[in-house]
Structure formats: structure tokens, C-alpha cells
Design a protein around this ligand. Structure first.
Ligand SMILES: Nc1ncnc2c1ncn2[C@@H]1O[C@H](COP(=O)(O)OP(=O)(O)O)[C@@H](O)[C@H]1O
Ligand SMILES: [Mg+2]
Length: 347
């Protein structure tokens, strides 16, 4: 195999790939390998070019035993870490023999794995807190408070609140997994958003009254129909309005707006804009990009106080995705926030 044929062969590999010849030098690298390792690797000894012991061992073993091998390789690219699985295979072709080394980028897989581990750790932590409280109260009821009816009443009320917190968490987790499972399948049944919005506001009336919050609407008179999943859109509206009431603060106003747009740039077509605006303290721009992450809260203490699970906006985001829409969050600290959902108006 001439160097030219070797180059053609390596260029055809859909991964970053290099050939290490019998003299232990990198003789050929494809464009992806040059981007990953730099063009100075060509002609160098592989140990100088690659440096990480695990990959050097794999290449050496493959060259000696002529059997394939695997190793992990960590690289920094564009300021972030990338993880590769490196495959080594022995190649013999004409008068050329050596090791073909190819780099498979598994960074996305790794970060999905990390997210899953974080999620499980977060869920366990969120469940353990109320559970620990419940167990403490049970012990007290069995021991010191055994004959104290007043204390029993107080403890039972707190236990109920803790159990309700666990129930909300489990309910939100189930809702999240359900929407996630259906995300690929776009809902198509016609849903009247105006009627749905009125019904949600009616349902949340008592919550608003309790917090001394005024609910207002800015909607056209007739129906505003989009293809959708009614139950999920009800949940989306409930989560947004509930947040606006709870974080907007007592004495404020929450406005639900609904309008049609003939051409919505973000959707490249007609859209319906659904907005929930509050007159609360607003959100620091620093937090906005992270609000839809699971369990992300600006102020965990405040969120717990108002019965939050930290999953409300993550659920909203998934519902919006399932409807092929967009979620926009605008806020001016000190003035309030607006959460806008843009949904495609056509099927
Ligand atoms: N209208 C709002 N005004 C100010 N902060 C908000 C508003 N809506 C949401 N947030 C912030 O975003 C966080 C995440 O919201 P969410 O996912 O609904 O979780 P939860 O309400 O259960 O804490 C909240 O904890 C809160 O800090
Ligand atoms: Mg919430």
C-alpha cells in the first residue's frame, strides 16, 4: 500500500483516524484526526503525538499481538472536554503494515449518563428530606408524645404536609416521564386555548385570592384553536400561572394573554402566542437559561415554601417541545416576568 492509497483509505473512515506504521510513526492522518490532534502529529512518534498512557498501551499491544484493542482518550476541544473511545486494529496491505487508530466521540453518551446519574441523585435527595422528617415524627409519636394529644395534632399536621410534598414530587415525576415518552408524537386534536385558559384561571381563582393576586386576561373573544393535547396544555397553563401567582408575590397582578400571529418567525408559519405576565420581583438574567432544568430553582427555600417541586418548568418545556413550539422567558428584575409559549397554529 503506497502512502497515497493509505491516505485514501483513512480519509474514508468516518471518524478521526491515523495510521501508525511499523517504525512507530504516524504516517497518515485524515482531516478529522488533524482537527483533533493537530497537523504536527504526521511524521511523529505515536507516543509523542498522543501522550496518554492508556492509548499508548493499546497501540503497543495491538502492534505486538496483532489483535484489536480499545482505550479511552480525553481531549479538550473548543474549551470543553471530549471523551473518545479509541479503537486500534492491525492492518496489513501490500508492503504496509501497522495500526489503524480511530477515535469515536462518545461525549454525548457520557453527558447523557452523567445527567441520568445527577437526576437519580436529585430525586433521591428530594424524597429523602420529607421521608426523614416523617420518620422522625413517627418516632416522636411512639415515644415522647405518646400521651400528648396537642403535640399529636401538631405533628400529624406537619406529617401530612411532608407526605403531600412527596406526593407532589411523585406526581410531577410521573408527568415528566409521560410527556418525555410522548415527545416524538405530535398531538393533533384541535384544542381551544381561549376556553382552556378561562377554565384554568377559574380553577386557580382560590389560589390567587389566597395570595391577594388579581388575575386578568387579554384575549380575543372567540375560540383560538391549535392542534394539541388538551390535558398537557392545561398542565402547561396551570404551571405557568401558578408560578406567576406564587413568585409574583402578594398584591400583584397576573395577566394571561393570547394572540394570533399570521407569521411567527420562530416557527416559520402561523402561531399562537400565549403569555403569562406577573408584576413580581423578576428573575436575574443569569438564571433564565437554566430555569427549565429539572430541580433548578432560583431560591430553593422559597420554592419549598410555596410547595414547588422544581419540576414545573421542566414539564412545561417538554410539553412545548412535544407541540413543536417555543418557550421564551423575559424578565426585568424589580418589574416582573413574562413566560411566552409560541405554538404552531397549523397542523
Ligand atoms: N414567575 C416567576 N417569577 C420569578 N421566578 C420564577 C417564576 N417562575 C419560576 N420562577 C423560578 O423558577 C424556578 C423553577 O420553577 P419551577 O420549575 O416551576 O419549579 P418550582 O416552582 O417547583 O420551584 C422557581 O423555583 C423560581 O425560582
Ligand atoms: Mg412551579
Amino acid at each position: 500500500m503506497t502512502e497515497n492509497t493509505a491516505q485514501t483509505l483513512v480519509d474514508a473512515v468516518p471518524l478521526a483516524a491515523i495510521l501508525v506504521a511499523r517504525d512507530e510513526r504516524v504516517t497518515v492522518a485524515n482531516a478529522r484526526a488533524v482537527a483533533l490532534l493537530g497537523d504536527h502529529v504526521i511524521g511523529r512518534h505515536y507516543a509523542a503525538a498522543l501522550r496518554q498512557p492508556e492509548i499508548l498501551d493499546a497501540i503497543e499491544n495491538c502492534g505486538r499481538a496483532l489483535t484489536p484493542g480499545k482505550a479511552r482518550y480525553l481531549a479538550r476541544s473548543g474549551g470543553s472536554d471530549a471523551t473518545y473511545v479509541v479503537h486500534c486494529g492491525w492492518v496489513e496491505c501490500g508492503d504496509f503494515s501497522g495500526v489503524l487508530v480511530s477515535f469515536e466521540d462518545i461525549s454525548e453518551l457520557e453527558s447523557a449518563g452523567q445527567m441520568r446519574r445527577d437526576f437519580v441523585a436529585n430525586v433521591s435527595h428530594e424524597l429523602r428530606t420529607p421521608l426523614t422528617a416523617l420518620m422522625g415524627f413517627i418516632e416522636t409519636l411512639q415515644g415522647p408524645a405518646r400521651n400528648d394529644p396537642d403535640a399529636q395534632d401538631r405533628f400529624l399536621a406537619t406529617m401530612q404536609a411532608e407526605a403531600q410534598r412527596m406526593e407532589r414530587l411523585v406526581r410531577d415525576l410521573l408527568a415528566l416521564s409521560r410527556v418525555e415518552a410522548q415527545e416524538r408524537q405530535r398531538p393533533a386534536a384541535p384544542v381551544d386555548l381561549a376556553a382552556l385558559a378561562r377554565s384554568v384561571l377559574h380553577g386557580l381563582g382560590p389560589v390567587a385570592a389566597q395570595s391577594n393576586v388579581t388575575l386578568e386576561t387579554r384575549m380575543p373573544d372567540g375560540a383560538v384553536t391549535v392542534p394539541g393535547d388538551e390535558e398537557q396544555l392545561r398542565q402547561l397553563l396551570t404551571n405557568l400561572v401558578e408560578n406567576a401567582i406564587k413568585y409574583g408575590g402578594a398584591g400583584g397582578t397576573v395577566t394571561l394573554g393570547l394572540s394570533l400571529s399570521e407569521r411567527e418567525a420562530a416557527l416559520r408559519g402561523p402561531g399562537v402566542l400565549l403569555s403569562v405576565t406577573d408584576t413580581g420581583p423578576g428573575i436575574d438574567p443569569l438564571h433564565i437559561p437554566r430555569l427549565t432544568e429539572r430541580f433548578y430553582r432560583v431560591d430553593s427555600h422559597r420554592s419549598r415554601q410555596v410547595g414547588g417541586t422544581g419540576l414545573g418548568l421542566a414539564i412545561v418545556k417538554h410539553i412545548v417541545n412535544r407541540h413543536r413550539g417555543r418557550l421564551r422567558i423575559d424578565s426585568t428584575p424589580g418589574k416582573g416576568s413574562t413566560f411566552t409559549v409560541i405554538l404552531p397554529a397549523d397542523g
